[in-house]
Design a protein around this ligand. Structure first.
Ligand SMILES: Cc1cc2nc3c(=O)[nH]c(=O)nc-3n(C[C@H](O)[C@H](O)[C@H](O)COP(=O)(O)OP(=O)(O)OC[C@H]3O[C@@H](n4cnc5c(N)ncnc54)[C@H](O)[C@@H]3O)c2cc1C
Length: 466
């Protein structure tokens, strides 16, 4: 039976019958894949959702249900004053299945949105299985991007950070091996206005102090001693079995370097050479360098500080760095197994492979980081894949909304920086006018995001009813 481009196929026929009539094929029934499927179904576009569980499991997945939360049961803050809270608000307005499930399975956790993970996954699975537009094919491990499907029926790859090897190989062959990575080593990011600039000096190594692009946090010998002891004693997240052997010598976690001895740090990422402190006229005992993370200069990255410390330990230990005593963390450091694309090089603005516009990427594998972010990218890939199938114009969410800031991060080329996956944070948003008083900055950003998002919602529904 030919696949139909009609969005009004009779919903009383069975899902498998309906998906033979055309629509969107999705690989992976995780957070992104389920959200994408739900969005397409909301557009009355048929979906075939291929999920390799319960026949095949990645090293971290254990539960046979869809949308499994592989680690923490927290979807982080629900407060709209945080970027991830704002993203949740936008997702709920876009009828997100993941948000619906999270609120249905919520457990008390203060400001955070934490869930009963089994109830959460069951909720999503029940909804997907009951949807007449979705055909769920369980136990189906995709090994190619060329899954047989009629012309004009897009594919969404949402196979996650632990995608099965054969599929990863197929992706590498399509995009080039240098554009697909297997490991993440993320240094923390702090907001610039939370730094104590009376202790920090500006300057590039071997250049005249006062000019340059780095912010330098100088240590006295005593401060270095205290910092090193705290770093050596701090709690770390457990490495999983499949991650153990994977530290690259060139990218060791800071605490691993500290265990090798002080000189590994002071000859490595905390090297003071060439950085004379203008206040003392001397070389400090050690230096932590901060590099600007965004064009607006509102966020900085702790250079070389990729880490496996737990989040409370990162807060405690890194606030011992001179000038960072009150640092606000926009992103915490991490070192973990993660399959992801060099998104700005290989994706277009609609999350499609540049050389295969029939293939969309969604979720963690597309270069975002985190449960909510993966769901958001899934939802948007679903929207655009459905639009492509229906012959409607594809859309990019505005960069000053939370969901748009993620798309912008994935698709904006920056020749100066190596692409790193990111969770949503206000450093990804466009700058606010410099004349905005500091105390009004957060409200300005929130109002701007909400206004922009409301206008965008209207645009989506206008295009839909054309
Ligand atoms: C070990 C680990 C721990 C993490 N912990 C957290 C955390 O605590 N908090 C957080 O916010 N983020 C965490 N993340 C990051 C990320 O948010 C999650 O991995 C998230 O689940 C990503 O969503 P996704 O939909 O992109 O992928 P997934 O949720 O992993 O979904 C991918 C799905 O695709 C299926 N699949 C894979 N290959 C194929 C194939 N070839 N054919 C068919 N199906 C396939 C998988 O079985 C899986 O169901 C963690 C990541 C890892 C690897």
């Amino acid at each position: 039976m030919p696949w139909s481009s009609s969005a009004t196929t009779d919903p009383t026929t069975s899902p498998s019958e309906r998906s033979r009539q055309g629509g969107v094929v999705i690989i992976g029934g995780g957070l992104a894949g389920c959200e994408a499927a739900w969005r397409c179904a909301g557009r009355r576009v048929n979906v075939k959702l291929l999920e390799m569980k319960p026949k095949h499991f990645s090293p971290a997945h254990q539960n046979g249900d869809l949308a499994e939360l592989v680690c923490s049961n927290s979807l982080r803050s629900a407060s709209p004053s945080s970027a991830v809270g704002l993203l949740k608000e936008e997702l709920s307005a876009l009828n997100s299945l993941i948000m619906e499930a999270a609120f249905a399975a919520r457990v008390p956790a203060g400001q955070a949105l934490a869930v009963d993970r089994a109830a959460f996954s069951r909720y999503v699975t029940d909804k997907i299985e009951a949807n007449p537009y979705i055909e769920l094919v369980s136990g189906a491990k995709a090994d190619s991007l060329d899954i047989p499907r009629p012309a004009r029926s897009p594919l969404i790859v949402a196979a996650g950070p632990l995608a099965a090897d054969e599929l990863v190989q197929a992706l590498r062959e399509t995009i080039g091996r240098e554009f697909l990575h297997f490991y993440d080593a993320l240094a923390p990011i702090v907001t610039r206005d939370s730094l104590d600039m009376s202790k920090i000096f500006v300057g590039d190594r071997y250049e005249e102090p006062g000019r340059g692009s780095y912010l330098n946090c100088p240590f006295t010998a005593e401060e270095l001693d205290v910092f090193l002891s705290a770093l050596l004693e701090a709690d770390q997240t457990e490495a999983r079995k499949f991650e153990e052997a994977r530290f690259f010598e060139g990218c060791l976690p800071i605490e691993v370097m500290a265990r090798r001895g002080l000189r590994t740090l002071t000859f490595g990422p905390m090297k003071p050479v060439g950085l004379v402190d203008p206040k003392t006229g001397k070389l400090p005992a050690a230096v932590v360098q901060l590099r600007l993370e965004n064009e607006a200069g509102t966020h900085c990255n702790l250079v070389g500080f990729q880490t496996r410390l737990t989040i409370p330990s990162q807060r405690q230990v890194f606030r011992l760095i001179p000038g960072l005593e009150k640092a606000e963390f926009a992103r915490y450091g991490a070192v973990h197994r993660n399959t992801y694309l060099d998104a700005p090089e290989v994706l277009d603005q609609f999350q499609r492979l540049v050389n295969r516009p029939d293939v969309f990427l969604a979720g963690q594998i597309s270069g975002v980081e985190g449960y909510v972010e993966s769901a958001a990218q899934g939802l948007w890939a679903g929207e655009n894949a459905a639009r492509q199938f229906l012959g409607l114009p594809l859309l990019v969410p505005p960069a000053d909304t939370a969901i748009g800031s993620l798309t912008n991060h994935l698709t904006k080329k920056n020749a100066k920086r190596v692409f790193e996956p990111s969770n949503v944070n206000f450093g990804l948003f466009p700058p606010i006018p410099p004349e905005t008083p500091k105390r009004l900055a957060a409200q300005f950003r929130l109002d701007r995001a909400r206004n922009s998002f409301q206008a965008f919602l209207k645009e989506i529904s206008d295009v839909q009813s054309e």
